[in-house]
Design a protein around this ligand. Structure first.
Ligand code: HEM
Length: 488
């Protein structure tokens, strides 16, 4: 009755105030299976309630494509709480959360971020060289761990490498020994933020419209101090850039410099609104929050799978050895296409690590008729890519880790369009190019020089917790050098 009254597709019965949140949080972690259960029960398009708010969920690739690709503008808005945004960000500033009211500002800043990722080197030797510096540093640390015969917490090392690349992009410097304390601080703050908004009350505060800021503050009380420190850190970096920058020059070394120059030019033309400090702080936060956890955990899962499946790790090693012959050297992006098995392994990792158990909620920018349902402008829509990537009609035996599903009968890499970890359409991940480069350069090179085996605590767990982004449980491993001559 509830569904018919609202003209929505059917779904599980909600309870007052909390809707279906407890079914979601009480389900098997990380939460993908409950969407599958609802799909089996109500069909591929159904409605569930996050708190008092209904969200229409699309779980079929075909339907997602029909909506976000063929009618992108209609689905480009986000369904996130303006009150939460105002409380957390100071206003409706950001790349990730932008709502319809601020569509133009979001469009401008998204375009700017995509352009800067390109200008500052994604897909080019410039970014490659920065990622390779992190790769070399990682290799040195692995060598030391091997020499000492110690267990290695690989995830901590990957975190520093991934964090350094983001910080290079944003602020122009990496986290060397002297800056490690800064990294630990920002990582902790971003992680705590993710944890808070991943809890049921956090999800409510993050998505439901109309909750007064004073209540939001109570619902996610853990966030207050972190917010101050996090934005304090970002503000500090931006202020340092302002001191360094020379507006006479036009060469940008990092994102913040590019932003400040753009703002300067706009202000010369009497536009004092489009580019401002608060927006810059929030975009920096978004790039950290959206880019760090997702990427470092993807690479972490890749190694966790490789240690759990040594016979597959051996195939990665064999492929690299056959390709490089006797001349072991650092792999670069020009080698990527030759390493079919590694790419298939990385694809399968992204599919099964399925890093966003629930995608970010979008909202309709106009009334639409979808599969016979008349949905009103503003309705929340979730494109459940996690369920597409575990759809057994596309990926047979979907919970089995099997890189071979991405290799065709001619031994070539098979493109399966339903592999969509970066989502699709107008809100598709802006960091996809950077993420793909890092996955290849960091991971392929570590396999190039080392074998990874379980540490003293045994095999890495493949369990995924319930969070906005699935985290690999930090594991210990041992590394064995594959380069006995000692030359690199
Ligand atoms: C393996 C790593 C990554 C994965 C799996 C991933 C996945 C995603 C997904 C699924 C979305 C949401 C799309 C939607 O709303 O439908 C997204 C958005 C976003 N990602 Fe990523 N991401 C990754 C890495 C990165 C990196 C490295 C950056 C930064 C350089 C980044 C920046 C962003 C931003 C800014 C958005 C919001 C875009 C918008 O709403 O317009 N991501 N990402």
């Amino acid at each position: 009755y509830l569904w018919r009254r609202r003209g929505l597709p059917p779904g599980p019965t909600p309870i007052p105030i909390f809707g279906n949140l407890f079914q979601l949080s009480g389900s098997e972690a990380p939460g993908i299976s409950i969407f599958q259960k609802w799909k089996d029960q109500y069909g591929s398009m159904f409605t569930f309630y996050m708190g008092p708010v209904p969200f229409v969920v699309l779980t079929d690739y075909k339907d997602i494509k029909e909506t976000v690709i063929k009618d992108g503008e209609t689905y480009a808005d986000k369904y996130l709480s303006p009150e939460f945004n105002t409380y957390f960000r100071g206003n409706i500033f950001s790349l990730v959360d932008k709502t319809c009211m601020y569509q133009e500002r979001w469009r401008e800043h998204r375009k700017f971020a995509v352009l800067q990722l390109r200008e500052l080197g994604v897909g080019k030797p410039l970014m490659e060289s920065k990622i390779l510096i992190e790769t070399e540093e990682l290799l040195k640390k692995l060598k030391t761990a091997e020499y000492l015969g110690e267990d290695l917490c690989l995830q901590s090392e990957l975190d520093v490498a991934v964090g350094s690349v983001i910080n290079q992009f944003l602020f122009g410097y990496r986290f060397d020994e002297s800056k490690l304390h800064e990294f630990v601080k920002i990582k902790t703050l971003v992680n705590n933020f993710m944890e808070e908004v991943g809890k049921p009350l956090g999800v409510l505060a993050f998505t439901c419209h109309g909750i007064p800021p004073i209540i939001i503050k109570r619902m996610i009380s853990g966030i207050e101090e972190q917010k101050r420190e996090l934005f304090g850190f970002l503000r500090n970096q931006i202020e340092n850039s302002k001191i360094r920058i020379n507006y006479e020059e036009d060469q940008n070394d990092d994102f913040v410099e590019a932003y400040l120059r753009k703002r300067y030019q706009r202000e010369l033309n009497n536009d004092f609104d489009s580019y401002c400090d608060s927006q810059l702080e929030n975009v920096c936060f978004d790039i950290w929050a959206a880019g760090f956890d997702t990427l470092t955990n993807t690479i972490g899962f890749l190694f966790a799978y490789a240690i759990n499946y040594p016979e597959m790790q051996m195939l990665i090693h064999q492929e690299i050895d056959e390709y490089l012959g006797h001349h072991r050297r650092i792999l670069t992006m020009s080698d990527k296409n030759a390493l079919v098995y590694f790419n298939a392994f990385a694809n399968e990792t992204q599919r099964l690590a399925n890093i966003l158990p629930m995608n970010l909620p979008h909202a309709l920018t106009r009334d639409v008729v979808l599969k016979g349902y008349h949905l009103k402008k503003g309705t929340g829509i979730i494109h459940q890519i996690a369920n597409v990537m575990t759809d057994e009609t596309i990926f047979k035996d979907p919970y089995r880790f099997d890189p071979n599903r991405f290799i065709d009968e001619n031994g070539k890499l098979k493109k399966i369009e339903e592999l969509c970890p970066f989502s699709m359409g107008k809100r598709q991940c802006v960091g996809e190019g950077l993420a793909r480069m890092e996955i290849f350069l960091l991971a392929a090179n570590l396999f190039n020089y080392f074998e990874f085996v379980p540490g003293s605590e045994g095999l890495p767990s493949l369990f995924k917790d319930f969070s906005l982004v699935s985290h690999v449980i930090p594991f210990k491993c041992q590394v064995r050098s594959r380069d006995h001559s000692g030359s690199k």
